[in-house]
Design a protein around this ligand. Structure first.
Ligand code: ATP
Ligand code: MG
Length: 323
């Protein structure tokens, strides 16, 4: 059993390795990452089986994370429009206890948010110990959309308004430091970029227009943003190169096939939790004695004709049935 788990853990680590941006390495999205890569998995159904496996592991690991209550996980999800963030969250988190997961989405900042330092709103939505937090868009918007549209920076009322040039480097450092601080305080930070091709984005936009049930998902602003495609690719490449760190790595997940992106995102999360290796707490000798006493008491309270411990009886029967 333990061997099987070790084998799985190793398989998952190998599976996600090519997606990880090596810390300190300068990457170029267009050159280094293929949105259509699928790791040799031939059929979508094979991918779906893998996803089910990942989701089951995630559910068990999350139960342990919650029981242990000392560590937390933050998954930052970034993508261009129609990259599949919502679907990924929905599929990867099925089966996980909703009480143990918190999803926080980040849109254009409100006046209240703009009245604070730029990391304030992200810090406000961090997971608690024992929880998995998912950021649907994240602190990285501050070096992506804000970089592509520098006029957004003016609204942030920084002390050095002339400093557009140096601001991105400074922000990379600040974000790395912040993530390191979180890591050192018991939170694993892991980052996933859903890497969509320009042609697949066009197809998905058209689908949103052509299928009436999807019209609500379409926004004309998305097509306007698409005009900045090359600027975004550059901003992403630079950001990935500067902020994939030993303590909080980036994974570039090929996103042209939704099923594959979901398998990858689940694998990254499972890998992160395996590394944490959360355990159910051992209740200790005194608590075990208390449990035994409570059990004795409850067994004595069995009404006439009822089994003294209905749970133990049915568990026994189940074991016999399985034999
Ligand atoms: P969906 O379209 O799937 O519902 P979404 O995450 O794209 O989800 P939208 O309301 O469409 O949500 O878009 C949110 C917008 O807010 C994005 O265009 C994003 O770039 C923008 N945004 C996020 N953070 C910031 C920021 N700090 N400054 C300016 N714009 C931001
Ligand atoms: Mg949108």
């Amino acid at each position: 059993m333990a061997d099987e788990l070790t084998r799985r853990a190793r398989r998952i680590a190998e599976f996600i390795e090519p997606l990880r941006v090596p810390p300190g390495e300068k990457v170029d999205l267009g050159r280094d990452f293929d949105p259509r890569y699928k790791a040799g998995i031939k059929k979508k159904t094979d991918g779906q089986r893998l996803l089910r496996e990942g989701v089951d592991m995630l559910a068990e690991l999350q139960r342990r994370l919650a029981a242990d209550g000392t560590r937390g996980v933050l998954l930052c999800l970034q993508a261009l429009d129609a990259g599949g963030k919502d679907g990924t969250i929905r599929h990867v988190m099925t089966g996980v206890n909703p009480q143990g997961v918190h999803v926080a989405g980040f849109k254009v900042p409100s006046p209240e948010e703009l009245a604070h330092d730029y990391l304030w709103r992200y810090a406000n939505r961090l997971p608690r110990r024992g929880e998995i937090g998912i950021f649907n868009r994240s602190q990285y918007e501050e070096v992506l959309v804000v970089r592509v549209h520098p006029e957004l920076l003016d609204r942030q009322r920084l002390p050095d308004p002339g400093g557009h040039k140096s601001v991105w480097k400074r922000r990379y450092r600040q974000i790395n430091d912040w993530e390191r601080y979180l890591t050192e305080n018991g939170y694993s930070v892991v980052k996933v970029f859903l890497n969509l091709s320009k042609e697949e984005q066009r197809t998905r936009f058209l689908k949103r227009i052509d299928v009436p049930e999807r019209n609500w998902k379409f926004s004309a602003a998305d097509v306007r943003e698409r005009a900045h495609w090359d600027d975004y690719q550059r901003a992403f490449s630079e950001m990935l190169s500067a902020t994939s760190t030993r303590w909080a790595p980036w994974y570039v997940v090929p996103a042209d096939r939704k099923w594959f992106a979901r398998v990858c995102a689940a694998a990254v999360l499972v890998h992160t939790l395996i590394e944490i290796d959360p355990r159910y707490p051992d209740v200790g000798e005194a608590a075990r004695r208390e449990l035994a006493q409570a059990r004795e008491q409850l067994v004595k309270e069995a009404p006439a004709g009822a089994p003294p411990d209905p749970y133990a009886s049915s568990a026994d029967a189940e074991r016999r049935r399985k034999r």
